[in-house]
Design a protein around this ligand. Sequence first.
Ligand SMILES: C[S@@+](CC[C@H](N)C(=O)[O-])C[C@H]1O[C@@H](n2cnc3c(N)ncnc32)[C@H](O)[C@@H]1O
Length: 366
Amino acid sequence: MAARPVTISAVDLFCGVGGLSHGLQDAGIHVVAGVDLDRACDYPYRTNIRAPFHRRDVRDITVDELAAMWPTKAVRVLAGCAPCQPFSSYRRGVDTSQEAQWPLVNEVRRLVEGTLPEIVTMENVPRIGSTSVFADFVERLRKLGYWVDFGSCYCPAYGVPQHRRRMVLVASLLGDIAVPKGAVAPADYVTVRQAIGGLPAVGNGETHPSDRLHKSRSLSELNLERIKRSKPGGTWEEWPEDLRASCHRRASGATFRNVYARMVWDEPSPTITTLAYNFGAGRFGHPEQDRAITLREAAILQSFPPGYEFVAPGVPAQFAPLGRLIGNAVPPRLASAVGDAIVGHVRAMKGAVRKATPSTTIPAAL
Ligand SMILES: C[S@@+](CC[C@H](N)C(=O)[O-])C[C@H]1O[C@@H](n2cnc3c(N)ncnc32)[C@H](O)[C@@H]1O
């Protein structure tokens, strides 16, 4: 008699709005719980992922509590994308080792040691790869018997319309496992035009009536003048002297080419940061409309589906908190490639896998 297909069940620590969970679900993995201390993640996580959301500090989650989140007999996945701020390249040269977020990777390690899930995955900024906290984590995984692979992934090669690099780690107790290679050739990278070119036009500082997130942050008179003078892919050097910002006038200004600038239609976008709605914080000007990109455009450039819900009805859609949730997310398409690699690996090691169909009911708040 053939062995029964196995189910793969994931708990997502530091789940945010569910970028990683969404991608794992797309791959057929059954996401059984998300944990994050940010209350703003509760509604989007439950609504889109349809899995319980535990608003908890990961440091307070006990081994027994985590173990109870997985169903019995499933192949268990633990995803732990700890906050990347201490490791971000924006912080290069700053000693961040005393910051409270630094040891959070060690919390993932504590929970791995206590539960020994068959599969572990983690995503973070590439710089984490050169830190001792990451080296210690990998060494510990190997000592616990895990096969481990990690590498820097260039998001356009995974179908994400965005120049973003991320470190992905996968580890398995079942056998050799590998970080997936990006399958998209440079000629086929998804462009800004393909991703957001079909969205309805929105004026500067306006919200489209059909979507509360298709909302652009109002530009000052000066910034409006600047964007009008900006060409897609161009820089402030094309502006008249009186429009230039003080950072441009300094000798170091030559390095600020990618602020107050427009995106290019036929390339992937720049990295979508937590400030992607702000024209002055990056190359976040729309390629042809005289405005910054909207929150919805930022989310789509992160490869979230166009209907992804980020905020509950009746709650105002505010730029700063939503920009943070969107910019901090793991791009779902990168996550789904990781999910495919996990499913392929489990199939090779254990035989048939029963793909999960996400629930249609939204779990109640815990
Ligand atoms: C990089 S984001 C995770 C993104 C998420 N995996 C996604 O794909 O959307 C890091 C998350 O960690 C959460 N966080 C930070 N410290 C935490 C802690 N001590 N316990 C639980 N969550 C924490 C933040 O609220 C944030 O949502």
